[in-house]
Write a new protein. Sequence first.
Length: 386
Amino acid sequence: MTTEINGDGYRRILEELFSESPDDLRKFVESFKCKLSLEERTKYLHGRLEEQRDKEMVDFTKFSKIRLGDFTFMIPQSSDGLKISVLEQYQRSERSLISCVGEMAINGVTTRRLKQVTDAFFGFPVSAQTVSLLSEELDEALKLWRGRQLNEAYRYLILDTRCVKARVEGTIVDQLVIIAAGVDENGYRRIIDFIIADSGDELIAWRKFFKTLEARGLHGLKMVVSDDYPGLRRALKSCFKGVVWQSCQDCFMKNAMKRAPKKDLKVLIDLIKEIFAAKDMAKALTAKNEFLSCFSTKYHDVSHWVEENLEDCLSIFNFPESHRKHLRNSNMLSRPRIEVNKSANLIEIFPSREAAERMVGAVLIDQDEEWITRRKYLKGMLPNTI
């Protein structure tokens, strides 16, 4: 029979969790997770005869290793194979906990601001000792993950950026976050790496990032997919000679829409979609010429811009048709981008560049681990000799 814990009891457990004893974190996670599991099984067995419930209720021990440490849970089961969903749900909670708390380095954060953030996420303050412990563990995990050698050949590289604010040498400055994901030679997608750099000179940031990837063994690259970021194309030409660049089609569409009058937006969108939906390069170029003939007289500036930039969006036609819908844009990084934005919006201004690295790194490590367990992203991957 389970022991009921009222609201005050939960409050005491939560306060104890973030006391000066870090071991209480483990006690809370184990007790809380087991209670949720028991409640789920109780609902599952509700309404059955008592003798059936007694027969079907079986507990077993589960050992779980997550970044917060090693945990042992008594997970209730039933004889007909009930699966406790809280196991998966807790993993999502643990990711959020690490993303928010792990980067909350105390240095540079006022007591008032720290309390605002921790209250918003947990509902009560977090002790400095607990934050320090989690930050140290995350720093070590991040160092190992970012230092791993890239033994597999990566055929495709997908890039994305965003800006965050961080305090650097006492001044609040914009920091450029560059994220790289890839599809390896077996068709699996992985988060490869990220970098946080000053946003003043993007060309230097891109070159530094690409040199780091080369040093870690990045090889076999055939195509890079991204928006047309400042300095990116120059860095690609100098670091990855012979690699094709695919400009994100969705980003191109948004930029094109800003240049045309509203009354002609539908025509503009339909014609560009027709180009992107073509079966091959020849048909795409034919559709492009139709677009130019339609807009060149009436809207010369729009036509000129499209003529200058469109073909960078058509590089995907040189690759297998089954790969095109996945690689025509940088949407593969949409989920990591959303998760990074959530945490960044909560923090607003990071106390240091290192704090921003912890937060971004936590999100990306979790995404990488999730992708590893999924099915292949692309089938019929390119041989290295293509």
